[in-house]
Design a protein around this ligand. Structure first.
Ligand code: NAD
Ligand code: UD1
Length: 337
């Protein structure tokens, strides 16, 4: 089976490519390298001993995307490509609407034109907004908290409309919780540009000496230690979830939606402690005010994916921190340098 992986040079996609290649899927990557480097693809090839066809192409260029569909006969698409920084999306919403929405529409037009109607979409727990009830099930109300979240919700809505109009599509909406960690080899991992926005990449930079100290955003939440609680999921478990979703699409399920999380919440302080154990040093931190827009607690009910995909997250918080640290310490400057 030949799979088009959009955004295939990025963090989650590179780990997914490893798992797809291990299962003998043929992988074709489309990425404009806006937030990634080609080296990640070569590392995946080295890890698996298999080749990836790579197109450096922007989804905004519909003609170029069409030419790829004409040249390759895809069986399915995994659509990771998109911009994902919440703060940036509030500053430049149009950039997010254009890239994430127009890019997706161009992709869907090509899929429709060439009769490729199996799609796995990278959605996010952000579509639940500030959920009132924990754990969050797939039936919880949906709400966009910011322009980034709005793009995810609009794309989900578009896909529900497309499926309603044409039942021959098979679509898996995967709502990720907080992906962290790296492949156990330490050869591929998350390589954010500039100062990281998210907790674990930030801690990794402090651990490697590139940043001074961790900023804990609030310790006055209504949680056991006062810091925010999230459902962190190992990126390799998440990657395997995509292979399971592709398998599911082969059975023509229609449009299906799954939370991909562990169902377990950890606080910011839990993560710092586990990371200290992984890197073998104390990590300096300060308590800052809450970050606007952050919820106190967010974790999944991941039982639907277990029931219907036969998938559960297997790797715990210790492995998540150890694998993140292995990647960061082996690649202190990330991929490119
Ligand atoms: P990433 O930035 O590492 O990967 C996204 C890739 O898409 C990058 O390689 C980028 O160059 C590419 N891209 C962006 N716009 C493009 C365009 N117009 N044309 C072609 N390529 C383009 O991000 P990631 O963390 O691997 O996330 C992958 C997907 O998962 C994204 O859609 C993201 O919104 C979603 N997601 C991520 C998280 C997370 O915490 N990392 C959580 C939930 C959902
Ligand atoms: C992020 C995205 C969200 C997405 C979710 C799951 C942001 C703002 N939100 O959520 O859209 O749905 O991933 O995919 O990027 N924290 C600190 N110090 C830091 C950074 C974070 O204390 O330097 C805290 C936060 O307050 C939060 C926790 O760490 O309690 C996790 O934050 P982060 O890694 O940014 O992810 P989320 O905000 O949960």
């Amino acid at each position: 089976m030949k799979i088009l992986v959009t955004g295939g040079a990025g963090y989650i996609a590179s780990h997914t490519n490893v798992e797809l290649l291990k299962e003998d899927y043929e992988v074709v990557v489309l990425d404009n390298l806006l937030n990634s480097v080609e080296e990640s693809i070569h590392r995946v090839e080295a890890l698996t001993g298999k080749e990836i066809t790579f197109y450096q192409t922007d989804l905004l260029n519909e003609e170029a995307v069409d030419a790829i569909f004409r040249a390759e006969k895809f069986d399915a698409v995994i659509h990771f490509a998109g911009l994902k920084a919440v703060g940036e999306s509030c500053r430049v919403p149009l950039l997010y609407f254009d890239n994430n929405l127009t890019g997706t529409i161009n992709l869907l037009k090509c899929m429709d034109r060439y009769g490729v109607k199996k799609l796995v979409f990278s959605s996010s727990a952000t579509v639940y907004g500030h959920a009132k009830e924990m754990p969050i099930t797939e039936e919880a109300p949906l709400f966009a908290m910011n322009p980034y979240g709005r793009t995810k919700l609009i794309i989900e809505d578009m896909l529900r409309d497309i499926y309603a109009s044409d039942n021959s599509w098979d679509i898996a909406l995967l709502r990720y919780f907080n992906p962290i960690g790296a492949h156990e080899s330490g050869d591929i991992g998350e390589d954010p540009n500039g100062i990281p926005n998210n907790l674990v990449p930030y801690i990794a930079k402090v651990a490697v000496g590139a940043l001074d100290k961790i900023h804990v955003f609030g310790n006055d939440y209504d949680t056991p230690d006062g810091t925010g609680i999230r459902d962190y999921i190992h990126v390799v478990d998440l990657a395997i979830g995509h292979v399971k979703a592709i398998e599911k699409l082969s059975s023509n399920p229609g449009l299906v939606t799954y939370n991909l999380g562990t169902g377990v919440g950890y606080s910011v302080m839990d993560i710092i402690k586990n990371y200290e154990a992984a890197c073998g040093k104390e990590l300096p931190f300060v308590i800052d005010p809450r970050r606007p827009g952050d919820a106190a607690v967010c974790y999944s009910d991941a039982s639907k994916a277990e029931r219907e995909l036969g998938w559960t997250a297997k790797r715990g918080i210790k492995e998540m921190c150890e694998d993140s640290w292995r990647w960061q310490s082996k690649n202190p400057q990330g991929y490119s340098k």
